[in-house]
Design a binder for this molecule. Structure first.
Ligand SMILES: [Zn+2]
Length: 99
């Protein structure tokens, strides 16, 4: 993907998840997910790769292919984070992903 976050480290429970557009199925983000619940938000330091430059803090993450808004910039624990727009993304665990 275009944007890569070199600071993400593989630790004990490293569990990358692919986040793709629910409409056109394009993978947009690889995310270092904690816990087993559904994906609610994406903290910036846990975004491993993205098809958009999340380093510039756009107000939304938009699907590069079909233009749907997938997530909106907000705040989590006092830091900027992207909150998933409900129903706009599909997720799947990546079993053989290497950093
Ligand atoms: Zn799309």
């Amino acid at each position: 993907m275009k944007y890569k976050n070199r600071r993400v480290k593989s630790r004990g429970n490293f569990r990358p998840q692919e986040v793709s557009c629910a409409y056109c199925k394009t993978p947009v983000v690889i995310y270092h997910k904690g816990g087993n619940g559904g994906l609610i938000k994406m903290q910036l330091h846990r975004i491993i790769e993205a098809e958009v430059d999340v380093g510039v803090l756009e107000s939304t993450i938009t699907c590069p292919k079909c233009g749907k808004i997938l997530a909106k910039l907000g705040v989590y624990n006092g830091k900027p984070a992207y909150w998933i727009v409900r129903g706009q993304v599909n997720t799947r665990w990546l079993k053989n992903y290497k950093l």
